[in-house]
Design a protein around this ligand. Structure first.
Ligand code: 8OZ
Length: 361
């Protein structure tokens, strides 16, 4: 019997040959000059083209949207050309790839910002978190609160990035609304203390998300767009007084655009799958008509089970995809997996990036 996990699924405009998704994975290996994707990254993504869908690493929409060294961007012609090499290579191998659009907001450092300026955020509240800078790990810098009049400029940066993603040959885009970055900072009341139309009641805290989705859907049809949230994760020093209400509203807004898929981090980002009292992933998922992509610590057995029971339509794998370029074949044949090596997750060259072996054919 072939388990459903290994069978095709139509997700919006995309037909996936299986339901195994390569999760977005920050690897800090773009060319340091201009944060441009290059040949090493082409090889890495092409090696993983048998994924049902590849979601790229988080990719900043503007220089201001950057919070870590050597993450790629999608705002310059050089970056578009670099990404085009990747989409061409993935397509040549029969794969599908969407670009994850990212603005870090307050999760940054003055040394990474244009003119050494402070990072921007909904409110001037410093995130108690670390970022990696040219001189190593550092505390995130105190951010400055965005003026109301500036928010539209960032929405426009998202729109341009979506256009650039199209020019770079992607099959679609994912909006990074998770893990304590800018969209998430607006959504949750621990980081958003604004008193203008972007803060306060949930209708206001979802306004930035809604404006960004309106911009993205002016460029791409909604059936090629996904969105990611991490409703119950504290990653990035995040908190909310009522996460079910906040994320029910955010997901309902996303659904109102008719997006292709909803991608949730179930539990603590990269950590425990345990949920706080009152948290209900199934209830949130019901608010969304498109496909549901579940993420966080799945293995072969739990992924098969989640798809068989209908708890999820698609399963994202992160660390297993770092270590196994042929993860789909290994899971399908129930073969052992290579072990990921955390020392080479972030930064470096080919080691721990493109040198994990595939099974003999
Ligand atoms: C790990 C290190 C740096 C960034 C995320 C983009 O958590 C990230 C990220 C993860 O979404």
């Amino acid at each position: 019997m072939t388990e459903k996990l290994f069978t095709p699924l139509t997700v919006g405009a995309l037909t996936l040959p299986n339901r195994i998704v390569m999760a977005p994975l920050t690897r800090n290996r773009a060319k340091p000059e201009g944060d441009v994707p290059h040949a090493l990254n082409v090889e890495y993504y092409a090696q993983r083209a048998t994924a049902g869908l590849i979601i790229t690493e988080a990719t900043q929409i503007s220089p201001e949207g950057k919070g870590y060294i050597q993450t790629p961007g999608i705002y310059s012609p050089e970056q578009v050309a670099g990404w085009k090499l990747i989409t061409d290579a993935v397509h040549a191998k029969g794969g599908r790839i969407v670009l994850q659009l990212w603005h870090v907001g307050r999760v940054s450092h003055t040394s990474l910002q244009p003119n050494g300026q402070p990072p921007v955020a909904p409110s001037a509240i410093t995130a108690a978190t670390k970022v990696f800078t040219p001189s190593g790990f550092a505390d995130a810098s105190p951010p400055r609160a965005l003026e109301t009049s500036e928010v539209k400029r960032i929405v426009e940066d998202y729109r341009k990035a979506a256009e650039n993603a199209k020019a770079a040959g992607f099959d679609g885009i994912e909006l990074h609304g998770a893990n304590g970055y800018l969209i998430d900072q607006f959504l949750r009341d621990g980081s958003n203390k604004r008193t203008d139309e972007y803060g306060g009641p949930i209708e206001n805290r979802t306004r930035f998300l809604t404006e960004v989705l309106a911009a993205l859907t002016s460029v791409w049809s909604a059936n090629r767009i996904g969105v990611r949230f991490s409703p119950f994760s504290g990653f990035g020093d995040m908190s909310d007084s009522d996460p079910m209400t906040t994320f029910a509203a955010a997901i309902a807004k996303a659904d109102s655009f008719g997006l292709a898929y909803l991608h949730l981090v179930e539990g603590e980002t990269g950590g425990s799958r345990e949920l706080p009292a009152g948290a209900d992933i199934a209830a949130l998922r019901k608010l969304f008509r498109g496909a549901y992509l579940a993420n966080n610590g799945y293995d072969r057995a739990s992924a098969i089970r989640a798809v068989e029971t209908g708890a999820a339509d698609l399963i994202a794998f992160g660390r297993p995809f770092i270590a196994n370029p042929d993860l789909v074949a290994r899971l399908e044949r129930n073969e052992p997996l290579n072990e990921p090596q955390p020392a080479t997750f972030y930064g470096g060259g080919a080691e721990g990036y493109t040198d994990y072996p595939a099974l003999a054919a």
